[in-house]
Design a protein around this ligand. Structure first.
Ligand code: FAD
Length: 456
C-alpha cells in the first residue's frame, strides 16, 4: 500500500503516537525545516487523565478527545496517517504500518503505555481497564448493564456479584474512579434504581502496597484514605488480586470477593514497538534512552513520554509516567532535533516537577507541590479542576467539560448514563487490536448481540 506522503527536500521526522508527547512535539516543530509525519491508530488526541470521568458518566467522551487533523489545520509541514505501527526497521529507516511502509530520517516513538496485567491471564481476559475512550465507554455501559441485570435476578449471590465493584490499584486512577463510583452510589443510583437496595453495593479498592497514592506525600496518602473511608469505599491494603474468574476476584488461593465488575488500574508497561534491539527494551517494556531521549545505539531514533525509560540519579527506576514528563521531553526534543540538524550538540533533559494531584470526589482532592507544600479539600479540588480544564485540548472541550462539571456539582447528578454501546466481553479486542478470549461470566447470555462498535 502507498501512503502517498509527498516527497520533500526537508528531512522527515516521523512521530508515532499523538498523545501528550507526540502532539506537543509535532506542534513545536511547526516552524522547523522538517516534514512532520504523525502516525496514530486513532484520529484523535485522548486526554487520559479524565477517562475515569467518562467511565462514570461525568463527562462526555467527545469532550476529552480532539481530532488530530483539526489540531494541526494550517500547519504546512504536518502530515497525518491513521495507522497502527507494527514494526520498526532501523536498518532501512522505515516503519511498517497497517497502511504501508513509511520511511523516516528521524523517528520519535511516543506510543505511551499499555495496561500491565502482570501475565495473569484471567485478569487480562475478564477485567475492565481504563486506558482508552472505548475502554471507558465499555466500562460505563457494563456497570449500568449490570445494574439492569441485578434488577432481574432473584439469586442473592448473583445480585451481590453484579452490584459489587472491585477496583484494583490504589494509585491516582484507582482512587479517582473509586471516589467517583461512591458519589454515583450516593447521588445518582438511588434515583435511578429505587428497587435496588444499594446498601448491598460495595465499592472495594484493593491495593497491594501498604498505602494509597504510593508516589505522593504521607499527608496526601492519609488524607486520601480518610476521604475514601468517609465515602464508604472499603479499602483493602496489602492485598493482591491473584486471579479473576467466574465472578470471583481471588486474593488468595481460596478467598475471593464476589464481583462481576473488576476494574484493573494496577499498573502499566511501555507500549514498545517491535523491531528495536532487545537490549534497549527495559523490563517494563519502556525503551531506554539517554539524557536527550535518543535510543541507545540508534542516533536517529528517539523515544519520549511513557514509553521512554530515562533513568536519572534521583529517579533510578526511570522518570514517572506523567503527562508533564512527556510534554517537557517533547519541548526539548523539538529544540534538540533542530540543533542536531545544525550540527550542534543536544541539550540534556531536566525534569521540572510542578507537583502531583489526585481528586477523590466533589470538594475532596490532594495536591503535593514541590517544596513539601501539600493542600487538600475544597481548595485542592478547585486546583485540580482548574488545571485539568486548562490543559484540555480545544476551546469547545473546555466549555463542555465546564458545563458538565457545573451541572453535576449543582444538581448532584451525572447525566451521562446511557447504555449506548451494549457491551459484551465475549467479542472484545484490546487496545492493540488483539482479540481477547471469551469472558467466563456467570450470566454469559445477557447480551446476545455483538457490540455495535469494535474496540481497537
Ligand atoms: C486513567 C489515567 C489517568 C491518568 N491521570 C494522569 C494525571 O492525572 N496526571 C498526569 O500527569 N498523568 C496522568 N496519566 C498519565 C498520562 O496520561 C500519561 O503519562 C501520558 O498520556 C503520556 O503521554 P505519551 O505521549 O507518552 O502517551 P499517550 O498520551 O498515551 O499517547 C500515546 C499515543 O500513541 C498511540 N499509539 C500507541 N501505539 C501505537 C502504535 N503502535 N501505532 C499507532 N499509534 C500508537 C496511541 O493511540 C496514543 O494516541 C493518566 C493515565 C491514565 C491512563
Amino acid at each position: 500500500m502507498d501512503t502517498n506522503l509527498p516527497v520533500s527536500a526537508q528531512p522527515r521526522v516521523v512521530i508515532v503516537g499523538c498523545g501528550f508527547g507526540g502532539l506537543r512535539l509535532a506542534k513545536a516543530l511547526r516552524h522547523a525545516p522538517v516534514q512532520v509525519v504523525v502516525i496514530d491508530r486513532n484520529n484523535y488526541h485522548n486526554f487520559q487523565p479524565l477517562l475515569y470521568q467518562v467511565a462514570t458518566g461525568a463527562l462526555e467522551a467527545d469532550s476529552i478527545a480532539y481530532p488530530i487533523r483539526k489540531i494541526f489545520a494550517g500547519q504546512p509541514n504536518f502530515f497525518y496517517r491513521m495507522a497502527d505501527v507494527q514494526r520498526v526497521d532501523t536498518a532501512r529507516n522505515t516503519v511498517h504500518t497497517s497502511v504501508g511502509d513509511i520511511r523516516y530520517d528521524h523517528l520519535v516513538l511516543a506510543t505511551g503505555s499499555l495496561t500491565n496485567f502482570f501475565g495473569i491471564e484471567s485478569l487480562e481476559k475478564n477485567a475492565m481497564q481504563i486506558k482508552s475512550i472505548p475502554n471507558s465507554l465499555n466500562l460505563r455501559s457494563f456497570i449500568f448493564q449490570n445494574f439492569e441485570k441485578a434488577l432481574l435476578t432473584a439469586d442473592p449471590a448473583e445480585k451481590q456479584a453484579l452490584l459489587n465493584i472491585v477496583v484494583v490499584g490504589g494509585g491516582p486512577t484507582g482512587v479517582e474512579i473509586s471516589g467517583s463510583l461512591a458519589e454515583m452510589r450516593k447521588h445518582v443510583l438511588p434515583k435511578d434504581y429505587p428497587e435496588l437496595d444499594l446498601r448491598q453495593m460495595k465499592i472495594i479498592l484493593v491495593e497491594a502496597g501498604k498505602e494509597l497514592l504510593g508516589p505522593m506525600s504521607v499527608k496526601s496518602q492519609q488524607d486520601a484514605l480518610r476521604y475514601m473511608q468517609e465515602l464508604g469505599v472499603e479499602v483493602r491494603l496489602n492485598t493482591s488480586i491473584k486471579r479473576f474468574e467466574n465472578c470471583r476476584a481471588y486474593y488468595s488461593d481460596t478467598e475471593f470477593i464476589p464481583t462481576e465488575n473488576l476494574i484493573w488500574a494496577a499498573g502499566v508497561n511501555g507500549a514498545e514497538v517491535p523491531g528495536l534491539p532487545t537490549e534497549v527494551v527495559a523490563r517494563n517494556k519502556r525503551i531506554t534512552v539517554n539524557a536527550w531521549n535518543q535510543v541507545e545505539g540508534l542516533p536517529n531514533v528517539f523515544a519520549i513520554g511513557d514509553v521512554a525509560n530515562m533513568v536519572t540519579e534521583e529517579m533510578p527506576r526511570g522518570l514517572p509516567m506523567l503527562a508533564p514528563v512527556a510534554q517537557q521531553q517533547a519541548d526539548l526534543l523539538a529544540k534538540n532535533l533542530q540543533r542536531l540538524l545544525q550540527g550542534q550538540p543536544p541539550e540534556p533533559f531536566v525534569y521540572n516537577n510542578k507537583g502531583v494531584m489526585a481528586i477523590v470526589s466533589r470538594n475532596k482532592a490532594v495536591v503535593d507541590l514541590p517544596g513539601n507544600v501539600h493542600f487538600n479539600g475544597f481548595f485542592g479540588w478547585l486546583t485540580w479542576l482548574f488545571v485539568h480544564l486548562m490543559t484540555l485540548v480545544g476551546f469547545r472541550n473546555k466549555v463542555v467539560a465546564f458545563i458538565d462539571w457545573a451541572f453535576s456539582y449543582f444538581s448532584s447528578d451525572q447525566a451521562l448514563r446511557l447504555i449506548i454501546r451494549p457491551f459484551s466481553r465475549r467479542d472484545v479486542k484490546d487496545d492493540q487490536g488483539k482479540k481477547k478470549a471469551e469472558h467466563n461470566t456467570a450470566t454469559p447470555e445477557y447480551n446476545p448481540t455483538p457490540p455495535a462498535i469494535q474496540v481497537r
